[in-house]
Ligand binder design. Structure first.
Ligand SMILES: CC(C)(COP(=O)(O)OP(=O)(O)OC[C@H]1O[C@@H](n2cnc3c(N)ncnc32)[C@H](O)[C@@H]1OP(=O)(O)O)[C@@H](O)C(=O)NCCC(=O)NCCS
Length: 347
């Protein structure tokens, strides 16, 4: 049995160590530079889903009464009067301990971001990020004003009146080119930073953004009906090839098995190394935590499959669509939405 391990996009993979066993699936580009790194607090690259509470971190110093000087006998005190004075002033001393194994790095249980407690910049960045992860970003008047460039409307509404599962709430889906500039571009850039930080994923290079569309799920704000919030986002990218998902190789079998690529050993995601022609890749998929399990990701993926290539509805069950190395939650959506037909590609 021959098993190859593929590098992960999210989590463990650093930009430097992004070695490839399988060539990247996205088309090559003339643009080589990446956007500058975002000014965000550092955080562990790979995190488990178990969340650490913010509250129970002990202080860095612990005060412990470990030593009280013993009281000297009276005869000894008579012989050495200066020693008596010293003993009186040092009756109870407190030993300070410096606990170097305790950390001021906190991991937020709501957004999972690790940041330095007490560093004003880190705390401010955490607050803003946490709000965006939980509630999404606003889509307001400024963005609507910027939607027409010359004679072109750069924002296309691809679905309206989409019902959220289990809620008496509806939303709509719009599509925007991923490399849009202006006010919409600035908003997308903050959205992408938030998503990348949440997924511990690198920035998508301009070459990828040029061949991508962004699908946004918007819901009306409760307080201001004319304003909306971006509660879900799918980036859909033009790709050339991807790998078919296959069952885990059996270690008990004695007959030679086909080679497999290990995409995620922990969750047991394996692929066949053969690169198959595939039309659309999903490098980023994100739903704000307040709107999960309501069908937002499903609606966004349906909209992308239907409209990404003009006049050609892509078929998820026939392998037209692939996810870049998916997270555990991404794999759950892949299985549920993709019904076993969604492939995997390397960004
Ligand atoms: C993954 C994610 C985008 C799913 O968004 P969502 O809007 O909640 O997904 P949907 O409501 O459309 O879920 C569709 C189905 O996928 C499966 N699913 C989705 N999230 C799941 C989870 N956390 N655990 C188990 N199954 C899950 C379920 O079968 C679900 O159907 P059900 O709710 O009827 O059981 C969202 O959880 C998220 O943003 N996670 C953090 C970022 C991330 O991991 N992105 C994936 C990158 S590949």
């Amino acid at each position: 049995m021959y098993t190859t391990k593929v590098q992960r996009t999210y989590g463990s993979r650093s930009a430097k160590s992004r070695g490839t066993l399988v060539p990247p699936s996205s088309p090559p580009s003339a643009l080589a530079s990446s956007p500058p790194a975002s000014p965000v607090p550092t955080r562990p690259l790979k995190r488990s889903f178990s969340e650490v509470s913010e509250e129970n971190i002990p202080p860095i110093f612990s005060f412990k009464r470990t030593k009280t000087l013993p009281k000297a006998s009276s005869s000894k005190l008579k012989q050495k009067p200066q020693a008596k004075e010293k003993t009186k002033s040092q009756k109870t001393l407190t030993q300070l301990h410096f606990n170097i194994d305790q950390t001021i790095l906190r991991t937020c249980s709501l957004c999972d971001l690790s940041y330095t407690k007490g560093a004003p910049d880190d705390e401010a960045l955490h607050r803003a990020h946490c709000l965006r992860v939980r509630q999404g970003m606003e889509w307001g008047r400024e963005e609507e004003k910027d939607r027409v460039r010359g004679t072109n409307d750069i924002v296309t509404e691809v679905a309206s009146d989409v019902k959220l599962k289990g809620k008496n709430k509806r939303g709509r889906i719009i599509c925007v080119p991923a490399d849009t500039g202006g006010k919409i571009g600035a908003k997308l850039s903050i959205l992408f930073q938030t998503i990348n930080l949440s997924l511990s994923a690198p920035d998508l290079p301009p070459s990828v953004l040029q061949s991508s569309k962004v699908y946004l799920f918007l819901t009306p704000q409760e307080s201001q009906a004319h304003r909306e919030r971006i509660v879900g986002c799918v980036i859909a990218q033009r790709i050339e090839t991807a790998m078919k998902v296959v069952p885990a190789p059996s270690s008990s079998s004695t007959s030679p098995t086909a080679p497999t690529v290990t995409v995620d050993g922990e969750t047991g995601l394996f692929c066949s190394p053969t690169l198959l022609p595939t039309h659309m890749g999903i490098p980023r998929l994100f739903v704000s935590s307040s709107h999960r399990r309501m069908g937002v990701a499903t609606a966004l993926l349906d909209a992308a499959a239907a409209t990404f290539i003009h006049g050609c509805r892509l078929d998820k069950s026939k392998g037209d669509i692939a996810f870049s190395q998916p997270t555990g939650m991404g794999q759950a959506v892949m299985k549920s939405w993709g019904q076993g037909g969604v492939r995997v590609y390397e960004e």
